[in-house]
Design a protein around this ligand. Structure first.
Ligand SMILES: Cc1cc2nc3c(=O)[nH]c(=O)nc-3n(C[C@H](O)[C@H](O)[C@H](O)COP(=O)(O)O)c2cc1C
Length: 210
């Protein structure tokens, strides 16, 4: 079982990074191999919207993108993994630009054989077993504003996952990040650890039942 975490914060050891680290430790405690990508350290160019990746070669697992950067190798690892943890701070009521740039480039995992139809997962992307994802969203806004800050972030991440047929497993919203007490943050850290455990457990359970 392999779980990859993607951090959309430029502060690799900030609030979001700490929560992701703990979530991956939770997944590792269940025997998962874990890997973390700090997107700020990756060379990921903006999608140019040329459509080449999804308009051609529908037989490929990863569509051919003319941009030469780290995205190809990240996607190769992505399709070979079993679960994902997407962690992003809220910036301007949405995922960070770092996370959004990454999410847009994942369109190379879909193909659009018929332009009149919705894109679909490429062969090898579509799971022949259950793949799942969990989300961590941090914000300065208080916990009660999860629907305003968190929901747009969850939906942005889920948009691509829907085509990839990856099921949402868990969501952790951590509000009030600027003023949170050490005690309250430590409770969030505990919840993040459990998020990682739950993700591995849920994938294993779904596979046993399928
Ligand atoms: C440019 C920018 C925009 C932000 N926009 C929001 C926002 O819309 N809502 C909110 O609750 N917090 C907002 N914040 C606060 C961040 O969400 C918060 O600092 C972050 O979640 C902490 O995680 P980090 O330590 O990993 O950066 C913003 C911060 C920055 C730098």
């Amino acid at each position: 079982m392999k779980i990859i975490g993607f951090l959309g914060s430029a502060r690799v050891n900030g609030r979001c990074g700490k929560l992701l680290r703990r979530a991956l430790e939770g997944a590792a405690s269940k025997g998962a191999e874990v890997k973390r990508y700090d997107l700020i350290k990756c060379n990921i160019m903006y999608c140019r919207g040329c459509g080449k990746c999804f308009e051609h070669n529908p037989e490929l697992t990863i569509g051919k993108c003319p941009l030469k950067d780290d995205m190809r190798s990240i996607l190769e690892e992505y399709v070979q993994s079993d679960g994902y943890i997407f962690a992003t701070p809220t910036h301007e009521l949405f995922v960070t630009a770092l996370m959004k740039t990454f999410l847009e480039r994942k369109i190379a995992l879909t193909s659009e054989e018929d332009p009149a139809e919705m894109p679909m997962a490429r062969p090898g992307v579509k799971a022949n077993f259950m793949k799942m994802a969990s989300f961590i969203v941090t914000a300065n806004a208080p916990e009660e504003l999860e629907s305003v800050m968190g929901n747009p972030c969850y939906e942005a991440i889920e948009a691509g996952l829907m085509f990839e047929e990856v099921v949402t497993q868990g969501k952790l919203f951590a509000g009030g990040m600027r003023t949170i007490t050490d005690e309250a943050f430590s409770e969030k850290i505990t919840q993040a650890y459990q998020l990682g455990i739950n993700l591995v457990d849920a994938i294993e359970k779904a596979r046993k039942e399928s």
